[in-house]
Write a protein of this length. Structure first.
Length: 262
């Protein structure tokens, strides 16, 4: 019997849960990347287009191509109204539908652990980026409690419940990212951690938003109702709202960048 897989079938729900986090981390990542205006960008695993939108807002790109396997996500990205600069199409990260040297930069934002063969995905990004161009990625530090829904995940583990996991979770380690980038022949490889915080109006806002995640939501939905209610109570007890009842959570991602040899 095949194991259940994480699926992305609701672009609006994903945007509310992870699109906001993607925007927060993208700002930090782009500051570190220091891109130039007029670049041609490839957003691999573009999802709802949150990172692509940041590129349009901040980087004055000549072109943004976003690819993703989910039509639901792509539909949301196209509906953003990013103009003619950004185009979105369905494609496999391990078989990119672009000629060699088509872009100045290729990025995977919170995506690489979803690629079944991360090394092949990185090799494809290297192939389509010009010599001297940039290849980068960042990913939640999944093996060190870096996911922003960690307060829920920790209580799930304590109850003996395991949320759905992406197929290449080990690729989220900072050492693994460095090895993937150097193994692909990239030069000037650097890594860093990215930390971002998000404040929710109250616990219910945090809980309902977190359940829109494509891994945690289906797992909790499949639990017996009494267990799901107990989990919710445990999570609530473990958080510390401020005087206004707001809940602030933090996510931690590992990032990597490198240059295609000239």
């Amino acid at each position: 019997m095949a194991e259940p897989q994480i699926r992305f079938e609701d672009g609006a729900a994903y945007e509310r849960m992870m699109g906001v986090w993607s925007g927060l981390t993208a700002d930090i990542f782009l500051d570190w990347l220091m891109p130039q205006p007029g670049w041609r960008w490839l957003d691999v695993g573009c999802g709802t287009g949150a990172f692509s939108r940041k590129l349009i807002e901040r980087c004055a790109p000549a072109e943004v191509q976003g690819v993703d396997p989910s039509e639901a996500q792509l539909g949301f990205a196209r509906a953003r109204g990013l103009g003619e600069t950004a185009q979105f199409r369905r494609a496999d990260a391990m078989a990119l539908p672009f000629p060699d040297r088509s872009f100045d930069a290729a990025i995977m934002a919170l995506v690489i652990f979803f690629v079944p063969d991360p090394a092949k995905g990185v090799a494809e990004m290297v192939r389509v980026v010009r010599p001297g161009g940039v290849v980068g990625a960042y990913a939640w530090d999944l093996l060190s409690d870096g996911h922003p829904a960690q307060p829920i995940q920790a209580e799930m583990r304590a109850m003996g419940v395991q949320a759905l996991r992406p197929p290449s979770v080990a690729a989220s380690r900072i050492e693994a990212l460095r090895e993937l980038w150097t193994g692909a022949g990239l030069e000037a490889v650097e890594t860093r951690q990215i930390t971002a915080s998000r404040t929710f109006a109250d616990f219910e806002d945090f809980w309902t938003t977190s359940l829109m995640g494509s891994a945690i939501g289906p797992t909790i939905a499949g639990m017996p109702p009494q267990d799901a209610a107990r989990l919710k109570d445990r999570v609530r007890a473990g958080l510390s709202p401020d005087q206004a009842g707001r809940v602030t959570c933090t996510g931690r991602a590992n990032a990597v960048k490198g240059r295609v040899p000239a």
